[in-house]
Design a protein around this ligand. Structure first.
Ligand code: FAD
Length: 626
């Protein structure tokens, strides 16, 4: 180990290390007990199976995706028939698959026997919970799906489901009671790194605003440009009609627009490149200018581009400490009575789930984890017949039969494992693209250095992690967020792997490939290095102060559809300009197989996952002709 790594604490025994990384481990091997020092698997004690407490490489963790990738390459497994028959088999235990099970029981058949299969070692899909334990205290963070955004705009079926789960979205403010920003006078900040900007410098104050940049390592002209841009008062398209402005915004990326119309230079373009990473998982070079306008990014001075205000707006945001993992947990608690104690949205936060109950024969709904579906077809090729569903668990293939199936996995894989998908639909499914994202949670022993630095949320335009903030500052039920900077908190750091300059869907592909090849150690070193450089001047010591790291890797993250000819991405389906809507064609029912999931909406949002589940379940109820 070199000196630098040692000073960063790369040798420290924290609750992490993907000692499994890169090794094709047996599925189910991630039976990590809560934060053991060694992280040793403890498969003999099923009671200890509690995946939210596993640290190291999570999200698409080692062991979760290898079988699916092999299936796409054409690999097949020796299988045996298990003799199990279900009224409904659901592929995917994300919010969509879990909602489909709930809606099926509620609206179609309360006695239906349902099996839900998922390739991960935990349920929830993207909506995952991360826990750390330090000195006997548990800290909760979100590993993926962060929050319920604008629930007032949710479609009726999603509003209903959220309500039935007991989530009172209007009470959101009640749980983030302490305003830490005011209490400790922390605000936003920007971290300039020396590799990109020539010197390490943490600027405090509103991003890009006057005062915050005085000592930043930028040229004087770049500072002026940035301040001018963020003041957002100049009309860069003077004299144009709304239609003309719209034409400009629709034919340029945000970067092109800023370069060509706002006349900003390379330093400012570098500054804004990752601005949209957190929201859209794409950079300024790929984000259409009209989207930047819609999101209120600077450079448009409130200009009218002739878009009608089409919808209801809602500023409400509801945050559980573990993000929307609580939505998944509430669904599972409804589906499997006794899996966890409690019956309110507050008590689910600290409810310990008994994973041994997920797949009991006596359950009406069973959840089978670490099980990758590798084949499904209607028996005898008859689209009215039962469906054979084959999954691989460990290295064994098993086939169960189902009267109906809801596919709540990704679109792109289905044609590879289901010969019943018609050719046209298969082509439509291949139009789905997924943006890769990484959400890293870092448990730090105290956040005095943040409080002293005066920052809470930091944008890092040149660094490996483009943003940093404390995880949700939410106290709910028996769970309490830190009351003072002397207490531990989880920091949430984001890394969006992209390849700027390439067409967007190729950037996603390149990012995904890079991500799967990136070991945990790379993330850990970057966490330590970046935090040390940002907060070190205020006393943060990465070797001493980092108590745990969990990397949530999502190679198949946000769901988008792409137009075959133009390469346009359907970021926002309501504003899609092309006639062809591949995600609609792709989500047509195939005999007894219905399609749910956010790919079916080209909309990576919780409400879309629920709405598509509802549509899929209902589509199964429509009689097939003949
Ligand atoms: C990092 C991140 C943050 C997000 N934040 C938000 C947010 O704050 N708010 C919001 O509304 N939305 C957010 N989203 C969008 C999120 O994707 C949706 O909200 C929703 O959770 C998606 O649910 P889903 O069930 O459709 O898909 P997923 O959650 O992807 O679940 C599908 C499941 O099916 C499994 N699967 C696929 N193929 C197979 C197979 N062959 N066999 C077995 N299982 C299979 C997958 O591995 C996965 O577990 C976020 C997404 C990501 C990636």
């Amino acid at each position: 180990m070199n000196k630098r790594d040692k000073s960063l604490g790369m040798d420290r025994d924290i609750t992490r290390r993907d000692f499994l990384s890169g090794v094709s481990i047996a599925i189910g091997a991630s039976l990590l007990p809560a934060c053991t020092k060694s992280g040793a698997p403890n498969a003999d004690t099923p009671q200890a199976y509690y995946p939210p407490a596993a640290t190291g490489m999570r999200g698409s963790h080692p062991g979760s995706f290898e079988v699916a990738h092999a299936a796409v390459r054409g690999e097949r497994w020796a299988t045996e028939r298990s003799g199990e028959h279900y009224d409904l088999v659901i592929v995917g235990a994300g919010i969509s698959g879990l909602s489909a099970a709930y809606i099926y029981h509620r609206d179609v058949d309360p006695d239906a026997r349902i099996l839900i299969l998922d390739n991960h070692d935990d349920f929830g899909g993207h909506a995952k919970r991360n826990e750390f334990t330090l000195d006997g205290r548990t800290f909760i963070g979100f590993g993926g799906t962060m929050l319920i955004e604008a629930p007032g705009t949710y479609p009726k079926v999603a509003k209903q489901l959220i309500r039935e789960l007991g989530i009172e979205v209007e009470r959101g403010r009640e749980f983030g009671r302490v305003n830490y920003s005011e209490l400790y006078e922390t605000s936003r900040g920007t971290f300039f790194d020396k590799e990109t900007f020539g010197a390490d410098y943490l600027a405090t104050g509103r991003f890009g605003f006057s005062g915050s940049l005085d000592d930043a390592p930028l040229s004087e002209s770049a500072k002026k440009e940035l301040e001018h841009l963020f003041a957002d008062e100049e009309d860069y398209l003077p004299g144009m009609t709304p239609a003309e402005r719209r034409a400009v915004l629709e034919s340029h990326t945000w970067r092109e627009y800023l370069e060509q119309y706002a006349g900003v230079g390379e330093e400012v373009l570098t500054f804004v490149q990752k601005w949209s990473h957190s929201v859209w998982a794409v950079g300024a070079d790929g984000l259409p200018a009209w989207m930047a306008w819609m999101d209120g990014y600077p450079g448009f001075a409130g200009m009218d581009i002739g878009y009608a205000d089409e919808g209801v707006s809602d500023e409400t945001r509801f945050r559980f400490p573990d993000g929307n993992a609580s939505v998944a947990r509430l669904l599972v608690r409804k589906l499997i009575p006794g899996v966890a104690p409690g019956n309110t949205m507050e008590d689910v936060v600290t409810a310990r789930f008994d994973y041994t109950m997920l797949d009991r024969p006596e359950n009406l709904a069973r959840i089978r984890l670490s099980s990758t579906v590798v084949d499904l077809h209607h028996q005898g090729g008859d689209l009215n017949a039962d469906v054979d569903v084959t999954y691989v668990r460990g290295d064994k293939g098993r086939t169960v039969t189902a009267g109906k199936v809801v596919w709540a996995g990704y679109h792109t894989i289905l044609p590879h494992i289901c010969a019943d998908v018609p050719q046209e639909q298969s082509a439509a499914m291949s139009r789905s693209v997924r943006a890769p994202l990484v959400y890293t949670n870092v448990l730090i022993r105290n956040w005095r250095s943040l409080a002293e630095s005066g920052v809470r949320r930091v944008y890092c335009p040149g660094s490996f992690f483009q943003s940093l903030m404390p995880t949700h500052e939410v106290s709910m039920g028996d769970y309490h967020f830190a009351k003072s900077p002397d207490e531990p908190i989880i920091l949430h750091l984001q890394h969006i792997p992209l390849a700027p300059g390439l067409p967007v869907s190729e950037q996603f592909r390149a990012g995904r490939k890079a991500l799967l090849a990136m070991p945990f150690e790379t993330f850990e070193r970057n966490v330590r290095d970046q935090l040390g450089r940002m907060l070190g001047p205020k006393g943060f010591d990465p070797a001493r102060d980092i108590a745990g790291i969990t990397v949530n890797r999502w190679p198949h993250g946000y769901a988008y559809s792409v137009d075959a000819e133009s390469g346009d991405v359907a970021w926002w389906p309501e504003y899609w300009k092309h006639e062809d809507r591949p995600w609609i064609e792709a989500s047509r029912r195939i005999g007894n197989i219905a399609i749910a999931g956010t790919d079916a909406a080209s909309n990576a949002m919780t409400e879309a996952a629920i709405e598509e589940a509802d549509r899929a379940v209902r589509s199964l109820e429509v009689k097939t002709p003949g």
